[in-house]
Design a protein around this ligand. Structure first.
Ligand code: XIL
Length: 362
């Protein structure tokens, strides 16, 4: 880990990017605002655009101190056939990080979504544990010593599935029982003993009864894992927000949840922050103001907890966001959900994030 002075230096040394970034050169990038307060800022990187779009890549390198591949390390993409792995995209990203002096996180070793395409045909209760072990050893092992952190298990909790323990009903649960979560963490630690091992989940940002139930179920899982001495080091809070739910952000609720996690001795990472803008008007100034207000109020509340060590947005620029296909605006106007606009201009959301970082107690 770099110390604060080294981070500041790394931030100042960075190439400023192309185009509009020149006009913005006098202002420090988000990675520096974050580093000055002992935080990491970064984003999910798209493939193959990181390789094929140099303007995007240069802005990514300028703003981010940490990169997470958006898709290429998930089970299906990285392991398309039982005997074949596809590491080229993630290898490119690992090199990109090394060249640009940023750290990398891995996402994700075990998840019910985007699974191996061969899961249903080849995997059964008799061989599931072995396949899981091989996968985690191979994938986490390849990047051994090079990952800042790994989302070992993603989205394993879903109280509305009706189980007493709050676990989501997935193929892994069905084949291996509830201990599959712990198993994954143990394999990950053996494969990469230095990486920070995270449990990552969504839908726990708001002060609503459903989300309160999910917070309780997640805390129960984290406690159980720690009681069993599972190598678990951090909680990843996805934080996919929606401007329509702004009224449900409650600083006290977040403080309590984060306080409980910190009390268990765990760190916290905000891993996938973005803000759906469907409920906001088409007018760009008004929309940007509304989005910025969500980023600022959420982050200001979240960053009060000293255990929060990193903030990553799910994408960096409105040019490339997964929400474009899933959360189209009724009018069809392009989304404005991330800190940089489609031309890499810094939006009010960027400034809101910088202010939230600046106002954190170092
Ligand atoms: C999303 C990607 O952004 C999309 O490109 C893909 O089609 C589906 O997955 N929670 C997660 C991420 O943990 O892996 C998801 O990423 C977004 C929700």
């Amino acid at each position: 880990m770099l110390n604060r002075r080294e981070w500041l230096k790394a931030g100042a040394l960075f190439p400023v990017g192309l185009g509009r970034a020149f006009a913005q050169a006098e202002e420090q990038p988000l990675r520096s605002h974050a580093a000055a307060r002992g935080l990491l800022f970064g984003a999910a990187a798209g493939w193959p655009v990181l390789r094929d779009d140099p303007v995007y890549a240069s802005h990514f390198a300028a703003e981010c101190g940490i990169l997470v591949p958006e898709n290429v390390l998930k089970m299906g993409p990285v392991h398309p056939e039982p005997e074949r792995y596809n590491f080229a995209p993630a290898d490119f990203m690992a090199d990109f990080c090394a060249k640009n002096r940023m750290v990398m996180r891995g996402h994700t070793l075990l998840w019910h979504s985007q699974p191996w395409p061969w899961l249903k045909t080849a995997v059964n209760p008799g061989n599931a544990r072995q396949y899981m072990e091989d996968h985690i050893r191979t994938v986490a092992g390849r990047y051994k010593g090079r990952m800042h952190s790994w989302d070992v298990v993603n989205e394993a909790v879903l109280p509305t599935d009706g189980r007493e323990d709050g676990l989501r009903k997935t193929a892994w649960l069905e084949m291996l029982g509830p201990d599959y979560v712990e198993m994954a963490f143990r394999f990950a630690q053996e494969a990469d003993p230095k990486a920070m091992l995270c449990y990552n989940d969504f839908g726990v940002d708001y002060d609503t009864p459903e989300q309160e139930a999910k917070r309780a179920a997640i805390l129960k899982l984290l406690r159980r894992l720690l009681e069993r001495k599972t190598p678990l080091h951090a909680f990843g809070m996805q934080a996919h927000l929606n401007a329509a739910n702004q009224k449900n952000i409650n600083a006290e609720t977040l403080r309590r949840f984060f306080g409980e996690i910190a009390g268990l001795g765990l760190k916290i990472l905000i891993t996938e922050l973005d803000v759906i803008d469907r409920s906001l008007p088409d007018d760009i100034d008004e929309r940007d103001k509304g989005i910025a207000a969500v980023y600022e109020s959420y982050l200001t509340a979240a960053l009060r907890e000293p255990a929060v060590i990193a903030v990553l947005t799910w994408g960096l620029t409105d040019r490339y966001t997964w929400l474009a296909s899933r959360n189209r605006r009724e009018s069809g106007t392009p989304l404005r959900v991330l800190p940089l606009d489609r031309e890499y201009g810094r939006k009010p959301a960027w400034r809101a994030m910088a202010r939230a970082f600046d106002s954190r107690r170092a």
